[in-house]
Write a protein that binds this ligand. Structure first.
Ligand SMILES: *Cc1c(COP(=O)(O)O)cnc(C)c1O
Length: 242
């Protein structure tokens, strides 16, 4: 079995190959290591291999890990970056605002308002992606593509947030062309917002899109950040973590 550093290397290689297949530079796609349900030892192994960006879904569990690394002399100045990629209930916004660096899952103004109000003034603005639902029904998280511009214009007014881009979790479909078509809709939303030319969009540079199964299509469509969990850390055991 491969170790965590070996698996990170393999995923990076997959990203590089996907980039080359469509003529993008290798370093144009960041790897977000999704560490939900895995402990601090696994995260430290990944960090020792050079991984810096980590994605977490469950707020309480994540905050314990973030605090752990913030308190370790060996890690506190190593520039680990924590991304919230799970749904956020209203009663969890304060924990998110106080501990994370990024939030990928903003799909309502109310959540954004609370995150901005609760972001401590001494911290950098929270980096925000708007979650877009390009393929699903009304039960799925994310804003409909035609509602993103209105939400962006409102979020842009919030002082403690910095808009960075869009995030999406399309259903995985087997057919590559179909995958690509869905991913390209996410890219189209990203481009449409960029074209608004708002001054608050100076750092609008992120498309958080693609997981292990659809990485290649996501990169071809323009993803700048792929989120990989089990491909790095192994299968998750939800039973023991919760
Ligand atoms: C869990 C998760 C991932 C990673 O999924 P894997 O199948 O483990 O690679 C990526 N994105 C989101 C939003 C997730 O919740």
């Amino acid at each position: 079995m491969s170790t965590i550093p070996e698996k990170i290397q393999q995923v990076r290689l997959q990203i590089d190959q996907a980039c080359r297949a469509c003529g993008r530079p290798d370093n144009s796609v960041q790897l977000l290591a999704v560490s939900k349900t895995f402990g601090v030892d696994a995260i430290a192994e990944a960090a020792e291999a050079g991984q810096r960006a980590f994605g977490e879904n469950y707020i309480q569990e994540a905050v314990e890990k973030i605090r752990y690394f913030a308190e370790q002399d060996a890690w506190k100045d190593q520039g680990l970056v924590w991304h919230c990629i799970g749904p956020i209930q209203s009663n969890k916004t304060r924990l998110v605002a106080e501990h994370f660096d990024w939030v990928h899952t903003v799909d309502r103004l109310k959540t954004a308002e609370r995150l901005s109000a609760q972001r401590p003034a001494q911290l950098a603005p929270l980096q925000i992606c708007i979650q877009v639902n390009v393929d699903g029904g009304s039960t799925k998280s994310g804003v409909a593509p035609d509602e993103v511009a209105a939400l962006v214009q409102q979020v842009a007014q919030l002082p403690q947030l910095q808009l960075r881009g869009v995030m999406s979790i399309p259903d995985v479909v087997a057919d590559f062309a179909a995958q690509l078509a869905v991913h390209q809709r996410v890219k189209a939303v990203f481009d449409e917002i960029a074209a608004l030319g708002l001054p608050q969009l100076a750092q609008w540079d992120t498309i958080s899109l693609g997981m292990t199964a659809d990485l290649q299509a996501a990169v071809q469509a323009g993803s700048t950040m792929v989120r990989v969990g089990s491909g790095i850390f192994g299968q998750r055991d939800y039973g023991s973590a919760h």
